[in-house]
Write a protein that binds this ligand. Structure first.
Ligand code: SME
Length: 169
């Protein structure tokens, strides 16, 4: 594999995501191991954007998320569905964009420098929630609809995989 990670911070969001999506398609072509995909996506997003935290929480039991592959400062180990931004996205099976974490009741501050956040649900081939993708930024209002749509496209590859439970429907 001749790929090296790319820093896309000098590009527009549209160009940045197009670049990283193309790179991920190339690197992960034929790879359906979800952990390998999660680790690679975390790496490419972290190196590309330099956010404080980029990674996954996996569904490991009914209504329970546990930290998965990530890059960044130490993440909390487990999050119950309904708690924090990650738990809200998991419980509601929808992307949650938080422009100011201080204004989000119940936000879990794993790193006090976090100011804004996006969490995207990850589904498998059977439409089961298997994880959430979480990006945290030290700047307020980092993420918007453009990030949401792009990150949803990036995690759509997990729709091609089936995982050995447990699952949350
Ligand atoms: N802030 C998240 C918790 C995860 S970490 O920040 C890595 C939340 O409120 O769900």
């Amino acid at each position: 594999m001749a790929e090296t990670t790319l820093d896309v911070r000098h590009l527009t969001k549209q160009e940045a995501y197009a670049t990283l999506e193309e790179q991920l398609d190339s690197i992960l072509d034929g790879i359906d191991d979800p952990i390998a995909c999660m680790a690679t996506i975390s790496c490419v997003l972290a190196q590309g954007f330099g956010h404080l935290w980029s990674g996954f929480y996996r569904v490991v039991a009914p209504s329970l998320l546990r930290v998965g592959p990530y890059q960044g400062t130490l993440g909390c180990l487990e999050i119950a569905f309904g708690r924090g931004v990650c738990g809200t996205a998991a419980a509601e099976r929808r992307t949650v964009v938080v422009t100011d974490v201080h204004a989000f009741a119940g936000h879990i501050a794993c790193d006090s420098r976090s100011r804004s956040e996006i969490v995207v649900p990850v589904f498998d081939a059977d439409d089961r929630l298997v994880a959430v993708l979480d990006l945290d930024s030290v700047e307020p209002s980092t993420f918007d609809d453009e990030d949401a749509r792009a990150l949803e496209r990036i995690v759509a590859r997990f729709r091609r995989t089936r995982q050995a439970g447990p699952y949350e429907r």
